[in-house]
Write a protein that binds this ligand. Structure first.
Ligand SMILES: [Cu+2]
Length: 148
């Protein structure tokens, strides 16, 4: 019976350690600052920049984006996605936190979003600028985020 009790204790310790690690949001988050150069897709002359950095408490991510060379008056949805411009993935942090960007009379736009999730050093990300809410499949500009 003692052997069974010891095995049970070890199992319980292992299980509680595993749940502790799973419950700790800091294990794999990135403390890095990230930057992406945005370039126009399909011949568009759009160029720009995006950055991502941890929030002060480390539990979220602040993302900035700015670009120029776009069509005045356009409204562009945008997101951080997992993956890369060459291999698309899902939106990070939920689509609602990204306010679509209004392109001004000079063809410039900028914006910011605060994600409720951290980025992870073990994942790759990119920022894309979509054509419009009605044409999300058309990408105006894209850039892979890299740690700097
Ligand atoms: Cu997107």
């Amino acid at each position: 019976m003692r052997a069974v009790g010891t095995a049970l204790t070890i199992t319980l310790i292992a299980a509680s350690t595993a749940s502790l690690i799973a419950a700790t949001p800091y294990v794999r988050l990135s403390q890095a600052n990230w930057v992406a150069a945005l370039t126009g897709k399909d011949g568009r002359k759009v160029t720009g920049k995006a950055t991502a950095a941890p929030t002060a408490d480390g539990t979220g991510t602040v993302v900035t984006v700015s670009f120029e060379g776009d069509t005045p008056g356009a409204t562009r949805p945008w997101h951080v996605h997992t993956g890369s411009c060459a291999k698309s993935g899902g939106v990070v942090g939920g689509g609602r936190v990204y306010t679509p960007l209004a392109v001004d009379a000079k063809g410039q736009a900028s914006g910011k979003a605060t994600l409720a999730v951290p980025l992870a050093d073990t994942t790759t990300y990119y920022v894309n600028i979509h054509d419009s809410a009605a044409a999300m499949g058309i990408i105006v500009a894209c850039g892979d985020l890299a740690k700097r």
